[in-house]
Each structure stands twice: as structure tokens, then as C-alpha cells.
Design a protein around this ligand. Sequence first.
Ligand code: PMV
Length: 362
Amino acid sequence: MFENQLKNEAFVAGESEKEPGAVTWQSPSNIAIVKYWGKHGNQLPNNPSVSFTLSAAHSVTRLEWIPKTGKGLRLRFRFEGREEPAFQAKIEKFLEQNIDILPFTEQFDLQIDSHNSFPHSSGIASSASSMSALVMCLLDMEQQIKKIPSPPDALRQKASWLSRLASGSAARSVYAVASLWGRTPSHSKSDDAWAVGLDDVHPVFKSYRDSILIIHAGTKAVSSRAGHALMEGNPFADVRYTQAHQHTTRLLKALQQGDIESFIQIAEAEALQLHALMMTSNPSFILLKPGTLAAIEKVREFRNSTAIPLSFTLDAGPNLHLLYPQDHESIVSEFIRRELFMYCEEGRWISDAVGNGPSRMP
Ligand code: PMV
């Protein structure tokens, strides 16, 4: 339905509107607390997911357009100053598949330059930040050529919808603080086709910290595309989807009420369940490293002995995200330096926090 509406609204520039221009957007990564794992159709999730929007881990993307004649897409993509054919092909495919929505992209030569704030191949997934940054640039370009600004809420929804088509979890990066993607009876505006921003979040979570321990850098043994597909035959899939729904309902309430205890319980259960699903798929994958498990043990010991509500989550990889209220930042940093540093590859960790979503750069 929304797709048909967007197709009807698709914009083609008239000759007088074909002016060159450029725009730059910064967009963050996000960390899922309830995980999206398993999809169907055109990037539709098998269960709802809830994430924190991050801040320090982000992509900055500049899109420049110059009028051209003739049909067909023409773009050049550079990542951190260098041509990146694999990523360029991904962007071309995404634009070609959505040309009905973004037909104006064929009327210009596009030059895209992107870089990430986090080190290359640090094991931090960059598709959520890079794809949402690109989508924000494309929609901004459309607005600039059209010269009619869309209402901000409609724009974010469209950005989330398009980002989802590029990379599922990117749908959640376009809102400040926290997002929910996927239909749940616990939120009337939730939808499988786009994420919604969560407005009603308790202040303690609005400034939550995420210290990302780089236990192992480098590319993953299994792509998330392959991982999602393996949920098809996973014997625990139905139980998983039921639990993800329950976790979503409980987490939304915990985020509203500032219930840190429930948050910890859900976050850790989700992290371990994600990896349990990978271990029980066929073929099976173990993405955790011995250092991940050792660090988890230390985190739980620390929590039990200090009563500081330090918790963890994991992405589809070995790196550990430590989640905790801002008030405990200095004591947790000290704990990381003292007891977790040795599990981090080359002592690397990223100090991040819940953030404000994408922003347009001057
Ligand atoms: O957006 P994808 O297709 O890269 O999948 C992301 C999957 C997880 O990062 C493991 C979980 C999530 O919800 O972000």
C-alpha cells in the first residue's frame, strides 16, 4: 500500500529542475536489544525487533549530482577515498530495484563518497549506518530538486522503509534513541515495512552507554543474509519467534518504565539466543570466541559483586556490547581497562552511547 503510494508520488525532474547539487548526511549504527533474525518476502522480518540508536559508530555519506542526458543509472562510489566495487554494485542493485520510487536518480550522474567513524574491518556492522546515510542523502536530493519539503515524520517513515529494502536493520537507524521494527500488538503504529521511533523512553535509557569491545576484528564467517536464510530450517524457529514477541512486549514496557532489571534479563537472553540459533542451524556457526565468553563471565561477576547494572549484548559476531546507565561510566571504563582489556584485539574498544539519529552536515 505504502509502496504504491510512493510509486504514485515518484518524482521526475523537469528540464528547469535539473540543477547540480550535493548533500552530506551522518547516520548512526544501531544495536538491537530484541534481535531481528529470520526474514521473508522482500526484506520483511519474521519477528519484531527493538534497538538503541548509537552515536559514535556512524557513517558520513556525501552525494553529489550532476544533470545528465540519456537513460540508465550512472554512479561512482568511493569508500574512504577509494573505489569499492562490491559496495558500488550493492548500491546500484538497490537503486535499480527501487527505480520506480526514485526515478530521478537516473537523470543525474551520481557521485557518492562515504566513510565510517569506526575503524575499517573492526567487526562492527556498517550496513545499517551506511545504508541509512545513503537513503537520507537520496531523499534530501529529491527534496532539493523538487523544492517542496516533505513533513519530517513522513520523510523519516519513507527513509526507514527505503533503508529496510537496502539492509533490514538500517530501517531502525533513522530515529533518535530507540526504534521498533516489525508488527507487534504492543505498539499500535508498529509495522513490518518500516520502523517507528520510540518516543516514550525513560530518561535512564536515553543516555545509556554502549562500550563495544572488539574481541575479534575482521569479516564474519557467515553473512547476515545467509544467517537469516538458515532460520528456514532451524528446529527452534517457532519457539524463537514466539519469544521474540514476548521479549518485545516486555522490553517496550521496561524502556518506558526505566526497569533496568528486566532490560538486562531480556538483553542477555536475546544475545545468547541469537548465537544459540546460529549454533543450531544447519550448517551451524559459532561466531563467539573464547574471549567473548571470558568477558561475559567477568561482566556477570562484576554485576553480582558491585550491584552496578552492567549488561551485555552481541551482534552476529564475537564483539561484546556493554550496556549500562551513564552514571556508571567512569567505574565501568576503569573495569574495562583493568579486566577486559586483555580480551580486546589490540586493546581496541569503542566508547559509544544512545544517540540522536541521522543529521544533515553543513
Ligand atoms: O540487517 P541485517 O540483514 O544485517 O541483519 C541484522 C541482524 C542482527 O544484527 C544480528 C540483529 C539485528 O536486529 O540487528
